[in-house]
Design a protein around this ligand. Sequence first.
Ligand code: MRU
Length: 366
Amino acid sequence: MQNGKNIMEYDTVALDEEQNAVVIIDQTLLPGRTELVSLKTAREIRDAIYLLKVRGAPAIGVAAALGIYVLAKEIAERDFEEFYAGFCEYKDYLDSARPTAVNLSWALKRMEAVALKAGRDEKKSVAEVKEALRREALSIWKEDIEVCRRIGENGLKLVQPGAGILTHCNAGKLAAVRYGTATAPIYLGQERGYHFRVFADETRPLLQGARLTSFELAAAGVDVTLICDNMCGAVMSAGLVDAVFVGCDRVAANGDTANKIGTSVVAAVAKHYGVPVYICAPTSTIDLDTPSGKEIKIEERPGDEVTEMWYKERMAPEGVKVYNPAFDVTNHELIAGIVTEFGIVRAPYETGLKAIMKSALEQVDV
Ligand code: MRU
């Protein structure tokens, strides 16, 4: 805790206009220490995303939107085209931080579109373009809160009070600005006295479930039990789990979804035990340009995350080969529904996802 504050009282990502900085909670220090960090340079912003100081698809998108505004504000320019060239350099640099979560490029593209409309189409001054970028970054931030709350409302329709819910990784408030995606139904249920029993997978190798999910759910007073990743079959076979709620980093057009490594294993085990798996995803995570999971680029991370990080001493022989994909793809056949802010998409996903994206454009629920 910083100043005795509960983690639930912080925004995961925010804009400090006075300092012209993106302020994040450094998630690599949790749960031991709650420290806020101000990011001002392109290097600081990109590193914070790559090093998982700020992580989780929606939070990465919001950090990128606020970050590109902070950087754009400092561009000294003579005219729009000169400004735009500098903007694009920053945009590509931030976009290269992590490949799997589509929210990163989604947010940057949205910011770019605003700059182009104001500067090229409407011939506004560079100062006005910067102001348009400020407004857009803040709306992306604000929308994230509302979108997650609506995912929570929709997800809540899928479970009964007292239900057992299993989640993997952290798709919680620490992965978004506030409610999170997979945790949004849990938090709304908590407010309404639903008394859910939540199982949080520890989520090897970076322990987002242990360090972040169990931390924030416990801080919110939710009944949470931490389990190792290889225990999901045990709790499901004991009848303790009524539904799986997970987040995701990219939904392909056919409904395949990429999420934290191990999600596909949970989904396969859940299928075996007849437990429905729900993917909670804002429409900003749906990527109709990616036909199926096969085309999703999966980030590979350094081997030391598996062999020594989080251990007091190295836990694997020196020189051993390590494979460390950060995400895996859950086949759409294992998914019972994709819960978005505009409604729940069910199979066949190709048509359902197209319809939900259309309703997102028109801002209406399905
Ligand atoms: O590597 P991370 O910690 O960024 O991975 C995060 C996840 O896989 C989350 O489940 C996903 O981004 C959804 S967050 C609402």
